[in-house]
Structures are given as structure tokens and as C-alpha cells.
Design a protein around this ligand. Sequence first.
Ligand SMILES: Cc1cc2nc3c(=O)[nH]c(=O)nc-3n(C[C@H](O)[C@H](O)[C@H](O)COP(=O)(O)O)c2cc1C
Length: 367
Amino acid sequence: MSTKVAFTAYKLGEASLDNRIVMAPMTRLRAINNVPNELIAHYYGQRAAAGLIISEGVSPSPNGLGYARMPGLFSEEQVKGWKLVTDAVHKKGGKIFAQLMHAGRIGHPLNLPKGAKLVAPSAIAAAGEMWTDQEGKKEHPVPQALSLQELEETKNEFIQAARNAIAAGFDGIELHSANGYLLEQFISPFSNKRTDNYGGSIENRTRFVLEVATAAAQAIGRDKVGIRLSPYGIYNDMPHYDEIDATYTYLAEKLNDIGVVYIHLVDHSGMGAPEVPLSIKKAIRDKFKNTLILSGGYTLARAEEDLAAQFADLVAFGKPFISNPDLVERLRKNLPLNIKLDVSTFYSAEAKGLIDYPVFEEESVNA
Ligand SMILES: Cc1cc2nc3c(=O)[nH]c(=O)nc-3n(C[C@H](O)[C@H](O)[C@H](O)COP(=O)(O)O)c2cc1C
């Protein structure tokens, strides 16, 4: 029997998790016509031994589908598709939250369905390019700034998607307020130059995300709403600004008042991003009394350290879950991990690179 904290059960709101190992949200872009399918259900089912799976980014709105083949959660067909996924995970005793990700200005009209548009807090294009299946890489165009009425509509889309997630069998949702997508586009003074109540001061820049969190908690219960944040992240053209610490400390305080079930912190310094100062992680831990999930470059040894020190309550693993469908089993039994990751199939449309990574036994038989 392992005495490691990582393999002990954890109560996340009303959900009983078998262990403290979370599968981090990872976009895989296999949802043809933005609808999840059997292939995707198979992939998540293979990984159901995680204490909690957080799904890939799922758009609450046609406007938020910035990436080709990104799944949505705003139509009946999509709810049906996700039911395949949640059934596959629950059948094996796992738990799964849907990550609600509105891509905002990170996208391209070629990736959007008819009638949808690229929107953001302000009409400022993100530096960088976006893959389109039709024409390859294209620069991010200038998005349309959301009017106050559209902002209200966007909030309602998040709320409806949260309800749809529950209808599809998800155990909860994670608001993607990290990595430069719509919710973080509101938080950053570089992408948000609004002069109304949603731009300018810290209170104003965080207003939209806090309103969405409040409304989602009212709609499906605060025990079912988590949020992902990436202070000091630079992904998707998010430069640093003077008030990062003050902004995220304020957010943590307010999210604590709302009573969301967890904050999930991103740290991509292992992937070449700037260091996330320990001080901001500690400040968030201090202000936010509910569950804290840490992520980014974790090994079991590092996870165990942070869990045992009660710095993190749960630890998320990303890439190791791509190439090790049986990651929890391998960690528990101290088996070697498959570190051969095929980056070329991260976002491709096929089964290859999604469901064909072997579990440990098969690997040794085939060796
Ligand atoms: C292929 C891939 C897709 C990802 N997609 C998402 C996503 O949809 N939402 C998100 O919040 N993070 C996403 N991430 C970031 C991961 O959740 C995680 O933070 C990152 O991989 C660092 O953890 P790791 O070192 O354990 O891989 C993605 C990462 C990878 C490798």
C-alpha cells in the first residue's frame, strides 16, 4: 500500500475523488463540426483513473470556437456528444469537469461557424497566428469589442453552457480564465482598454470574470464551479503589467467570497514561460480557503512534496496523461513513464496520437 498523499481520497465539493491526481485540461481538436464523438469518449475513458479529469477547452458560444475542430457545449447535439464522454468516465468510476473556454480574440473567422464572430473586450488583435484547416496559418484578426449588451449575452452563454454541462453528466465546470483566452483578456490591461465598468481599475478588469463565476455558481451550485488562472502567464500575447499581484490577490479574495470549489493555477515555466513567483501562489493560497490545484511540470515526487506540505490539495498533470493513459497506475506502482510524446498529433484530427498510447503491460509485451 502506498502511503503517499497523492493516492488518498479527496472530497471536492460533493464529488468524492479516488486520488489527488488531476488530468489537466488539454485541447486535442478531434471534435469534427464542433461535436464530441465516440473517439473522444474513448480517450477520456482510458484516463478515468485520474482523481479528476478536466476536459479540453469547450466553447460556451459559437463565437468562442476560435480553433478548428474545437468542441462546443451550446447545442443539443453537443450535449449528446458529451454524454458519451461523461458516461465513459463514470462507468470506470472517474469524475470529470468541463473546461468552459471562450477563445475570444484568439481565433480566426475561418474556424468559426456561420454567423459567429471574433469578439474581445477591446478591438485589439493578439500578436501571433492561428491554424485554419482551409488556409493553414493566419494572423489573428482584429476582434470586435463586445458591447454592453453583447457582454450580457456572452455571460448568459457561459451560464447556459454550465447548465448544459450538468445536463451532459459532467460533475462540474472549470471557467478557463487563463492562457490568454476571453476571460483573461478582460483581466489584462493590455487586451482590455475599455472605458466602461469593465475596464481600467482592478475591480473593473476582474468584473466580468467575477460576474460569470457568480452567475455560474448560482445556476449549478458553487460546489460545481472551479476556475483556472495564470498569473504571470504570457501565452497568447499577455504581457506582464505592474498590478499582476494586486489583481490576482483581489481575484482570489473575491472568488473565496463567491465560494467556488477550486482555483487551478497554471505555471508554464517548465515550458519556457516566465517563472511564476512563489509569493503569488502563496498569496492565493492564503486568500482562497477552498481547494487549490497546482499544475505545470509535475512529477510524482514534486506533487507529493506540495501535497504533503498542504500547499496544494490536488496536483494536475498534463502531457504525461497524453502518452500514459494509465498514468495513475504507473505512478502508484512506480512503473516507468512513456516519455515519447508525438507533438505532431497533439491537435490533429485523427485517432492516432489520441487513443493509441499503450498502457504499461501492452508496452512490455510488445517490446
Ligand atoms: C496539447 C495541449 C493542450 C492544452 N490545452 C489546454 C486547454 O485546453 N486548456 C488549458 O487550460 N490548458 C491547456 N494546456 C495546458 C495544460 O493544461 C498544462 O497546464 C500544461 O501542459 C503544463 O502541464 P504539464 O507540464 O503537466 O504538461 C494544454 C497543454 C497541452 C500540452
